[in-house]
Design a protein around this ligand. Sequence first.
Ligand code: GDP
Length: 449
Amino acid sequence: MNDTIVAVSTALGVGAISIVRLSGEDAISIVNKMFKEKDLTKVKSHTISYGHIYDNDEIIDEVLVSVMKSPKTFTTQDVVEINCHGGIIATNKTLELCLKNGARLAEPGEFTKRAFLNGRIDLVESEAVMDIIESKSEEAHQLGISGLKGNISALIENFRTNLKNLLSSIEVNIDYPEYYDIEVVTIEKLKQELAKMQQDLKELIDLSVSSSHIKNGIKTVIVGKPNVGKSSILNRLLEEEKAIVTDIAGTTRDIVEGEIYLDGLLLNMIDTAGIRNTNDLVEKLGVTKSFQMINEADLVIVVLNSSEPLTKEDEEILEKTKSKPRIIVLNKSDLPKKLVLKNLDNVIETTTLNTKGIEPLKAKIKELFNLEKIKSKDYTYLSNTRQITLAKKAYQNLLDAQKSLLENNPIDMIEIDLKECFDNLGEIIGITYSDEVIDNLFANFCVGK
Ligand code: GDP
């Protein structure tokens, strides 16, 4: 892992500056061979030198070179960054010269991987680097920053410390079972501690799932019979004319998509074909697709026309969506009301005749996805499926341990569950990991990061 890697760390293309970055044992000596004005092996760490990159006697570019010596660098190895004038030719030539002088082209994410493997950052922090790069909204960015600051890692470490303390008191019991008094006290304490830990972990998982919607967006599907106002609602939300609005039933045959931001919450909106019994083949295909989209959605918005009584088709749509997170919109509330719904949750009224008429829908979406709660906290959440899956495993371990306690199983059985819980939490921050997981993770990074 000490070999020297190189990559262009800025986006390839024409720009003011491009950065060619190297990390490894020979980083400084390699660049020194291409840089004549100064002996870079003699400069102080964390200084910038002005000069030129040469290919033999030919000047390739005028540059600034930052030399950062191990261990206080991103990868903990010697790191050199060459600030070239932006532009593909000069940057690529500089990169080629580095390769010619002994560096190897870095794999995607290899700089960050080295930072992780050298203990500079943990796995959650590595993933946070990626989150920051990919964030599309202010909230997603905050999540990444929180991860990078180590807040999430500290929280997980805290769980692990509590578990470690519990495990050591259990070990005292196993090693000195004659102290009967201690065991009684410990089991009571265990019950309390496990209940508290389970509650805390559950809250973390629940809010993390909601916050992952902040990062990835909410796949939102609008369904309803033709002509109830689905496209008009989508247009109001998008505030542009993306879906075609017409009063001929069945016009939205295909799927119309758009992205909207609701106070930082990204909704990937999909307007489906009007659902109704039909003989038109194209329309039929659209209807089948509508039901497929419902299955894949994070949120379903069912639109009904409040100025008409409920029809069989409406009932069918309500039945098909009942197990999904859903909002039932009674649209055309400006017209006399003829529709009555009983005992259904999340029902709101809208009209698309003016911009204000859609506000109840926006408010309901924010409420359903805990947006206010997530924003009021400090963004200390698990940020991806890998982390959440491991936290869920750890949670299950806690449930198993509690069950064993209730059933008066031998204490060493409980110990096994708690140790597994400890390991699963450790895997979140990368204390234990498999090479495969690490390779997959960093392969998703861009080259040069
Ligand atoms: P879709 O087939 O469900 O996508 O429905 P559209 O959005 O195409 O709307 C069908 C018709 O209903 C159009 O003539 C719209 O102008 C009208 N419409 C949509 N929303 C409202 C509303 O809130 N009030 C009234 N009165 N008409 C509406």
